[in-house]
Write a protein that binds this ligand. Structure first.
Ligand code: CAO
Length: 416
């Protein structure tokens, strides 16, 4: 079975997480992704947080599966020549270097277009072109702070808080993948490539859009009715941190279940969605709340929301998080156990769906990774091991038409 992106050749000039997450996704879907890395060193994540001495670290293997690795020193004349050939033969080049690095290497967008007018150049930067911080190098948490996630995450009496989810890195990579596929679709019609640029700040903000909604509601009203601060707390002129309240507007909270005293994840997330109120009352054994005007609307409940949560916690106190969800699901109530990474790693459903996959690697043996979260009816995504540094150098050079002697000369010159 052919894969949808088979025949698309991608120069993967990415490192760390934001860029590699994008190109890994495209490789899963069939693109030939050639990871270009500096000889001797490679992507810095190969050696970051290793758990097996001298082997590629999980940080690398979990973001670079299904790719080929070409070592190339693009600052040498011979390395530039190889890159030039590669550009002429490829469809997409993806990079997430620091600002200006590609230009300093001699590969400006204008030059790339001269070499290959069909080329799609896809870039991740911390901030967008022309932004007053465009010169900054950026990592994950920097982007979460710049994109509005940190100021709106956490509890009102604590500091701004970053999320464990890679909102700045992998999320930006996913945005870039959408941009690349869009540009490829356009190229099918026009034959022309284009530059696709995604900033980490913008990608974080795109996920914080409801908080920009809330800022405007706050400006207009002076309060936000679904936040825990309403009606008793104080609002300033900026969107406050709402703890575990639902960001979209559905009041909910993380609630303790049986065993919370010793298990840090013995909790469920419980949403008091408007339409779920009647089933919730039935499940909790409080049918009298269904039509009681003091309880039957979200706004009526808000001033006693923590009393309601305390009542639910009392109901949960003799139930594990899994037992509680099994009861609540029968009433069609939106909820979930708070799952630890250990529980996720061992979840049979996630294994069966290919979302958690076991991969065999020549240096570190078997390890788990997150497979494609996107499922297709006509394609099963197979996750293969990430390449060792330079594993495909000779193969890629031969594909480009280099003879064995020329390949040896490139090695001797330390260009590959
Ligand atoms: N051959 C020769 N030189 C190479 C090379 C190769 N194959 N690959 C990279 N280099 C060079 C670059 O040309 C650059 O050289 P100059 O600065 O001298 O022009 C140099 O390596 C450093 O590149 P860099 O700026 O990308 O790397 P850094 O470690 O200093 O910064 C990072 C890392 C991530 C902060 C920066 O790349 C960045 O801001 N990227 C954009 C935002 C981003 O993607 N951040 C998320 C990363 S995931 O958390």
């Amino acid at each position: 079975m052919t894969k949808p992106l088979e025949g698309i050749k991608i120069i993967d000039f990415t490192h760390v997480q934001a860029g590699p997450a994008c190109t890994q996704l495209l490789a899963w879907f069939g693109a030939d992704v050639i990871k270009v890395e500096r000889p001797g060193a490679g992507d810095v994540t190969r050696s970051q947080l290793r758990h097996v001495k001298d082997a590629d670290a999980l940080y690398f293997t979990m973001l670079n599966s299904n790719k080929r690795s070409l070592t190339l020193d693009t600052k040498t004349p011979q390395g530039k020549e190889v890159l030039t050939k590669l550009i002429k033969e490829s469809d997409v080049m993806v990079e997430n270097f620091g600002p200006g690095a590609l230009d300093r290497m001699g590969f400006t967008w204008a030059h790339i277009q001269e070499l290959n007018p069909g080329m799609i150049l896809a870039s991740v930067k911390g901030f967008s072109d022309g932004h007053h911080y465009e010169d900054l190098k950026v990592y994950e948490n920097v982007a979460q702070c710049a994109g509005g996630a940190a100021s709106t995450t956490g509890f009102w009496d604590g500091p701004p808080t970053v999320s464990a989810a890679a909102l700045g890195d992998s999320n930006t990579g996913m945005h870039l993948a959408i941009g690349i596929l869009t540009a490829l679709h356009q190229k099918n019609k026009t034959g022309k490539g284009q530059k696709v640029a995604v900033s980490m700040q913008d990608s974080v903000l795109n996920l914080c859009r409801v908080k920009l909604r809330d800022q405007q509601r706050l400006d207009a009203l002076g309060y936000l009715e679904e936040y825990p601060q309403y009606p008793h707390g104080e609002f300033s002129d900026v969107v406050p941190r709402g703890g575990n309240a639902g960001g979209g507007g559905q009041p909910g909270w993380v609630l303790k279940c049986k065993g919370w005293e010793t298990d840090p994840n013995a909790y469920i997330y419980f949403t008091i969605q408007g339409h779920a109120w009647a089933p919730i009352c039935k499940a909790l054994g409080k049918p009298e709340w269904i039509d009681d005007p003091a309880y039957n609307t979200a706004i009526a409940r808000q001033d006693k929301i923590f009393d309601i949560f305390a009542f639910i916690e009392n109901w949960l106190s003799d139930k594990t998080k899994f037992e509680a969800v099994d009861i609540l699901r029968k009433f069609d109530i939106p909820c979930s156990p708070v799952l630890s990474m250990k529980e996720i790693a061992n979840d049979p459903s996630l294994r069966a769906s290919g979302t958690v996959v076991e991969v065999d690697h020549p240096q570190i043996g078997k390890y788990l990774t997150v497979g494609s979260p996107i499922k297709f009816s006509d394609m099963t995504v197979e996750v293969t091991a990430s390449p060792l540094l330079g594993q495909h150098t000779n193969e890629v050079l031969a594909d480009l038409g280099y003879s064995q002697e020329e390949i040896s000369a490139l090695h001797d010159a330390k260009a590959v």
